[in-house]
Design a protein. Structure first.
Length: 468
């Protein structure tokens, strides 16, 4: 047999083709050939791109759609009327840009900021609204909302203050008290969020579920939520439009807002902290599309300015990926990987076969002693010439059998040989001794009759059968 047969080669080729086909189909079915990065780019067709949203927005804005690549502070926004739309991980808008957008919104327009990382600066933040950040002077003590009028005489009665002289009072009352502003947003790593709206007609009976899915697996994500009560200290006119609720495993629920409205003059600024809900992955689902439509219904009809220049100035949140995922997410590397698999299969089929003639299998030699003995015995018996000669040949063959099978160098018809055969073969002693007597009769001076030859033949045959 030289190498593998044609049938085996055909089976190997067919199995390899099916294996590669199953691998390709399986990888495509699992979605691993998509990029799951949070790009938020309007031309990106991947799960977390914005191509679907970019083509749906004209349905909510009847005016002209324009792509903005410059910073708002460098644009003449007065030529447009409608909505400024910025979406991404981080806006990248400077305080000057935000002030320009606030001035434009005050003319009756809408600024929609959909970002995960919220800015620390917002236009119109007035720290004077915080009563604990005033310059405290003797004249202003009576006006503090949380302090009673204090006189130098009353200072001695304070349990925590030492006696203060009038000369030291000026130093005390002119000191500036600096306190930090309240945190109006928080970042929580949660497995999922449940979204809804605060009022009709946008509020739904069932919450909308938002998860961060990568390669068909839900991953925890650092969601940003707004604390309306804290933001209301800085913006008393703030309105909570969208609500979000999440729960970490084994912890309490976290509640906040993901969509708020800041009135600015005759317009407004909308802050949306879950832009992932507007990505392609959710807009192709009925529930996700319904939620996105309710969010986009807050936009002002008119021109749409899509911010494509200041988006994503920081690295987006990305999950850890395996080397195979990295290879399969790049077309060139993916094709090289498939080519390597194909080359390996071809090598297995054509180069793994034997290079020299196969060594034939040799069947073990069969014991033909009985067949030979029967043939010789029949030949001599048919001639009926000399039964003793036939018996002696049978005895000689028997001795050769003992030397070959049991490694007896000089076997004889002795008691010692009989006992050894009994121990080696397990044949009963009577049978062995009877056989030895039949063989010894060949040495007697009496004529060896045919019935004696038949008995000897029968006992020898029984002995050989028991030994095999």
């Amino acid at each position: 047999m030289n190498g593998i047969s044609s049938m085996q080669r055909l089976v190997l080729i067919g199995g390899g083709v099916l294996l590669i086909a199953a691998l390709v189909i399986g990888l495509r079915g699992s979605g691993q050939n998509w990029s799951w990065y949070l790009s938020y780019a309007h031309e990106d067709n991947n799960p977390y791109g914005m191509s679907v949203l970019y083509h749906l927005l004209p349905a909510f804005n009847a005016g002209e759609r324009s792509m903005v690549t410059q910073a708002p502070a460098d644009l003449d926004l007065r030529a447009f009327a409608g909505t400024y739309f910025s979406i991404g991980h981080h806006s990248g808008l400077s305080p000057a840009d935000l002030d320009s957008l606030a001035a434009w919104a005050a003319l009756g327009n809408t600024v929609f900021l959909a970002h995960e990382a919220l800015p620390d600066y917002l236009p119109g933040l007035d720290s004077s609204r915080l009563p604990h950040a005033e310059q405290v002077t003797p004249a202003s003590v009576d006006t503090l909302p949380y302090a009673e009028a204090m006189t130098p005489a009353s200072m001695d009665t304070l349990p925590y203050a030492e006696a203060m002289t009038p000369a030291s009072m000026d130093t005390f009352f002119t000191a500036e008290i600096t306190l930090t502003q309240p945190d109006w947003h928080m970042e929580l790593e949660l497995p999922a969020l449940r979204l809804n709206f605060s009022q009709a007609p946008f509020k739904t009976a069932e919450d909308h579920k938002l998860v961060y899915r990568v390669w068909n697996k839900d991953e925890p994500f650092p969601w940003s939520l707004i604390q309306p009560d804290s933001l209301r200290i800085l913006f008393p006119e703030v309105r909570t439009l969208g609500l979000a609720e999440g729960m970490a495993k084994g912890q309490d629920k976290f509640r906040g807002a993901n969509l708020v409205e800041l009135p600015v003059g005759r317009g407004r600024m909308l802050i949306f902290t879950t832009p992932m809900a507007l990505a392609n992955f959710y807009l192709v689902q009925p529930d996700g599309r319904d939620y996105a439509e309710r969010v986009l219904s807050h936009l002002t009809p008119g021109d749409l300015l899509w911010d494509a220049g200041t988006r994503n100035t920081t690295t987006p949140y990305q999950p850890a990926e395996s080397p195979l995922r990295f290879v399969l997410n790049h077309p060139a590397l993916r094709m090289a990987w498939y080519l390597l698999l194909l080359i390996g299969l071809l090598y297995l089929v054509f180069r793994s076969r034997r290079r020299q003639a196969a060594i034939p299998l040799l069947n073990p030699k069969s014991n033909q002693s009985l067949e030979y003995l029967n043939t010789v015995a029949k030949l001599y018996y048919q001639q009926r010439s000399d039964h003793r000669a036939i018996g002696e040949m049978m005895r000689e063959h028997f001795m050769g059998f003992l030397r070959e099978r049991f490694h007896l160098r000089q076997p004889g018809l002795t008691e010692e040989t009989a006992l050894r055969l009994i121990s080696l073969t397990g044949i009963d002693a009577a049978s062995v001794r009877s056989l030895f007597r039949r063989l010894s009769e060949l040495d007697s001076r009496y004529e060896f009759q045919d019935y004696s030859l038949l008995r000897l033949h029968r006992e020898l045959q029984q002995f050989y059968e028991k030994c095999t």
